[in-house]
Design a protein around this ligand. Sequence first.
Ligand code: NAD
Length: 270
Amino acid sequence: MKRQESVLDRIKETPDERESMMTHDTENTAVYKLREARSVTVITGAGVSAESGIPTFRGPDGTWSNAKIEDVATPEGFQRNPQMVWEWYLRRRNEYAGAQPNPAHDVIAAMEQHYPEFLLVTQNIDTLHTRAGNRKVLEIHGNINQARCLRCDTVFENPHFTLPENSITCPKCHAPARPHILWFGEMYDPAQLEQINHFLAATDVVLVVGTSGVVTTPVYFALYAKQHGAYVIEVNPNVSEVSKDAHCHLRQNAGVALPQLWQAVMAEEQ
Ligand code: NAD
């Protein structure tokens, strides 16, 4: 008996092979699906913030090109050198504070206003979605402005933009705190995963915007929603690990593609 093909089998293929195997619905179908939808889920990655001047994860100018993942994005790295890790995240916090939401963030905020059922799942920690106006958002990789107590797990808004002498401590129990970021080797929040799966099982359309899918969570989310009947639209100038499971691919930067798509959806409605 032929073994059922899994997501992992699929992502072994090269990007070119995957591109040729994709289905290609037209943008008109995507517009129609978005016009008819009652429930919409948007999943975003670093690419949605690229046009705000925040580097994506990988590539020559990427976030990690000047740092080793094992040093700054693992619990072991933090244990070895908490001061260096805090300074790295505070530098990024200062960079992100200077960035502004771009037209892609604005469209995603408008979608939340428009649809009766809406959920935004972001891998980004930069807070640009909430600054653009989204409220129904789950930041599954954490938030650059928050810290978490190493003793009592309290999550709090970090008041510091530079590292104080006694490091950053919990306002409740005064124990040391760490960045509230999901690091490599750590578990997703099970309550968030349950909420996302519940929503995806009944959503009409999923937009996957600016994620490579190398961290495979968005690939599983998109596939799960598709298996439950959702229409999947990818917005990414490049082929990604999500591509093969999307019905429609908008191969442009999100700051261009999303405003055009949304204008067409609203025009159809009149
Ligand atoms: P990634 O760097 O692996 O992939 C980025 C994707 O965005 C690529 O597929 C690329 O083709 C696409 N892209 C580039 N420019 C785009 C644009 N203008 N419009 C649309 N798509 C564009 O990023 P990822 O998949 O999000 O990787 C996940 C990790 O990156 C997460 O852990 C996340 O926390 C972290 N991260 C977050 C930020 C942020 O908060 N802004 C920045 C860097 C990394």
